[in-house]
Design a protein around this ligand. Structure first.
Ligand code: BGC
Length: 719
């Protein structure tokens, strides 16, 4: 079995949304959904641009999809070869080299193509398209830049201007910020043919017409460039030059540069798993999907919750980045981990503004962060399936753990890399502002020394506006501790640190940090089980299937005021267990075991962020069969096209980078038991019986290592 290949026979239009994500090609600058070249917007093709957002009318702000510059439609004797008429279809995605290919059989011809989004050159897309004729006739190939763009809350592009010529160019502007977006396309053919060009509302195209014989094959190589005015002052020209230069270099040379870049990525990050090919494939798939959306072209960008597979979740950055994506990167490609955190450091202003809007001090980061740290999360984030009315949700206002998650990653970055520059360049300031936010958000009482955090939402979003979420409170303590620790980290630069505090007007707040740290109310416990929030144990204790049985519509939202889960102990995702996975040293094995046994049966795993947290903790307490099952669930999500597609009436499909990162975490931190503590790298192998060997590279404190784990034990070898 080829553990690097996703292959699918047949074409099912109703699966197009899911398949486009499963077969995604991306390089962090843009994401190209895996649909055939001729796919019209009904099949959800898209080239989603990282970090370019737009709002149309009063709809949700979301990332912009570029014009479809790999569009090709073949016709034979005037009849279009459309996917509806395909007699056979096979799509493949080579995870190792990020190459999508397809072979589609029609009655009269067969189309095969392979394409990639260059990992070596972020603005370049290239496609090699071959068509073989089974009978003689006149073929037309309409190749160009289509403006038939799939948007969820669009349209976002206006003022289209097309240019014909050797290179076709489309330039346009986003509606809200007038960001110029340009795509260019040029081709290379291995045959002579008549060519005409046209432009209309649907785009700009060249039409190649030729009389062909049965058995003849035509090859068209397409080179496209995409730029925006965020990259350069003349994106149309840059896109044109990019496509022309690629053509001059040739398809093979571009492909070679691209595959070489992928080889480099795998050298630095591949976890080789032996013993179970399905698992090896799933792990490659997970690592592919997370690696391909990493912002390698930037130094201050993060990754949206659905990667670059489309506009779901408004293309926004969630806590997913710090808690689920960050670990693989910090241990394999720390410069990417740094970029994710630079994004937070540079969007601190947005977090200060958000805190102030709610009447607090310090940094309250956006729950769904867009460019500049702008909050993309609306007050109405779900649509009720019965009334079709927007439901007031409180993720934006109450999920205050977001700031603690960011502070947690900033500290982990330092602990794992030993690199202080990020803290020095604004990271320390961000941690201090997060801590300040919690000082001002705390609820103190006149008749008690204890401090509560009331009216919050923890990771389990089904229970809104609760008090003393154990996860949130403990993560806040961790933030306060990290803030205090900064003084030690910069012990040799006391003057600089004192100046920072002064500049931030922080002297008084500094004195309060340890005070708050000691006063935060600890969670209630029952039989060693930590109560998820005040009053959780008093909620109806029923089963998951009881709650599921109460649904009147499968798309119904389980949370919010009227949700079926809200009055029960059924939770959406790991919450207490997420805490135990993230801060393992704070809990004993017995505590983890008791909480796991209690919470797992009560968890819907309704978020793709859940299973990996349970798997990680399952490894620790020796529940290896369960860890294995949860690992497979996590790692296979984008192989199989799993995960929820709907929250109420809102489409939430796409790839699942949090699960992708979760799969790396389970394998490396769970099965191999990798950890970096006190500047020391160690492993504690606990392989499930299905795996015979794990081998992977790791970077820690600026040094490279290889970890090898079998049932006989493990080794860490310095490289
Ligand atoms: C989860 C959040 C997560 C978001 C984006 C939601 O369904 O509950 O924890 O951050 O999806 O992945």
């Amino acid at each position: 079995m080829n553990t690097w290949l996703l292959q699918q026979e047949g074409f099912n239009k109703t699966n197009a949304a899911v398949d486009g994500s499963r077969f995604l090609c991306s390089n962090g600058y843009l994401g190209l959904r895996g649909m055939p070249e001729e796919a019209a917007s009904g099949l959800f093709p898209a080239i989603t641009l990282a970090g370019v957002y737009d709002q149309f009318a009063d709809r949700w702000r979301e990332p912009v999809n570029a014009p479809n510059c790999l569009y090709i439609q073949a016709s034979l004797d005037g009849r279009s070869l459309s996917m509806e008429e395909a007699q056979g279809h096979c799509a493949k995605l080579d995870y190792r080299h990020g190459i999508y290919s397809r072979e589609t059989r029609f009655g009269q011809a067969c189309i095969s193509s392979r394409r990639f989004v260059s990992m070596a050159s972020p603005h370049l897309l290239a496609d090699e398209y071959r068509i073989t004729f089974l009978k003689a006739g006149v073929v037309t190939l309409k190749a160009g830049i289509s403006t038939d763009i799939w948007d969820i809350n669009g349209p976002h592009l206006f003022n289209f201007q097309h240019r014909t010529g050797d290179v076709l160019v489309t330039a346009c502007l986003t509606g809200q910020k007038k960001i110029a977006v340009a795509a260019a396309q040029c081709v290379q053919t291995d045959f002579d043919a008549e060519e005409s060009q046209s432009e209309d509302a649907a785009g700009v195209f060249r039409t190649i017409k030729k009389t062909v014989q049965a058995g003849e094959t035509l090859t068209l190589r397409v080179f496209s460039g995409v730029y925006t005015s965020l990259d350069t002052s003349d994106p149309a020209q840059a896109a044109l030059v990019c496509s022309q230069q690629a053509r001059a270099a040739g398809f093979s040379a571009c492909l070679q540069a691209h595959t070489g870049a992928w080889e480099e990525i795998w050298t630095r990050s591949e976890i080789a798993l032996e013993g179970d090919d399905d698992a090896a494939l799933a792990l490659h798939a997970s690592q592919y999907h997370l690696n391909c959306v990493a912002p390698r072209h930037a130094r201050n960008m993060s990754i949206p919750a659905r990667g670059l597979s489309g506009q779901t979740y408004k293309g926004a950055i969630f806590w997913d980045s710090e808690v689920f994506f960050f670990p693989m990167f910090v241990y394999t490609q720390p410069e990417i981990a740094k970029s994710l955190l630079h994004y937070r450091v540079e969007t601190l202003q947005g977090a200060l503004k958000k805190a102030a809007e709610y009447g607090f001090r310090g940094a309250f980061y956006a729950w769904e962060s867009q460019e500049g740290g702008e909050e993309g999360c609306t007050n109405f984030n779900v649509v009720d399936v019965f009334t079709h009315r927007p439901v007031r949700t409180y993720f934006r206002d109450k999920q205050i753990h977001i700031s603690a998650d960011i502070a947690y990653a900033l500290r982990n970055y330092y602990d794992i890399t030993g690199d202080r520059t990020l803290l020095k360049d604004g990271g320390a300031k961000a941690i201090l502002e997060c801590a300040r936010f919690y000082l001002s958000r705390a609820n103190a009482h006149l008749d008690s020394d204890m401090v509560d955090f009331a009216d919050v939402i923890g990771p389990d979003e089904y229970h809104e506006r609760i008090t003393n979420n154990a996860f949130t409170n403990q993560m806040i303590r961790h933030t306060l501790e990290s803030a205090l620790l900064l003084k030690e980290i910069f012990a040799d630069q006391q003057a600089w640190f004192a100046e920072l505090l002064q500049e931030m007007d922080y002297e008084q707040d500094w004195a309060l940090l340890s005070d708050l740290y000691c006063r935060i109310r600890p969670p209630r416990e029952r039989d060693g089980v930590m109560e998820q929030f005040d009053g959780y144990f008093d909620l109806e204790d029923c089963t998951l299937s009881d709650v599921r049985g109460r649904l009147c519509d499968p798309r119904e939202y389980w949370g919010g005021d009227h949700g079926v889960a809200g009055t029960t102990q059924i939770i959406k995702q790991a919450d207490v267990i997420a805490l135990m996975a993230m801060l393992p040293e704070r809990f004993t094995d017995e505590q983890v075991a008791a909480n796991w046994a209690y919470y797992e049966p009560r968890t819907e795993h309704g978020s793709s962020l859940s299973a990996c947290m349970y798997a990680l903790t399952a490894c620790r307490i020796g529940r290896l069969e369960e860890a294995w099952t949860l690992f497979m669930k996590t790692a296979r999500i984008d192989v199989l096209g799993g995960g929820k597609q709907w929250a109420g009436e809102i489409y939430i499909g796409g790839t699942h980078p949090a699960s992708n990162g979760g799969a790396w975490m389970i394998a490396a931190l769970g099965f191999a038991g990798l950890q970096m503590r006190g500047g020391k790298l160690s492993i504690h192998p606990r392989l499930p019986r299905q795996i015979t060997r794990l081998s992977f590279p790791v970077t820690a404190a600026g040094k490279n290592y290889r970890i090898e784990v079998t049932h006989a034990g493990g080794t860490i070898t310095g490289l």
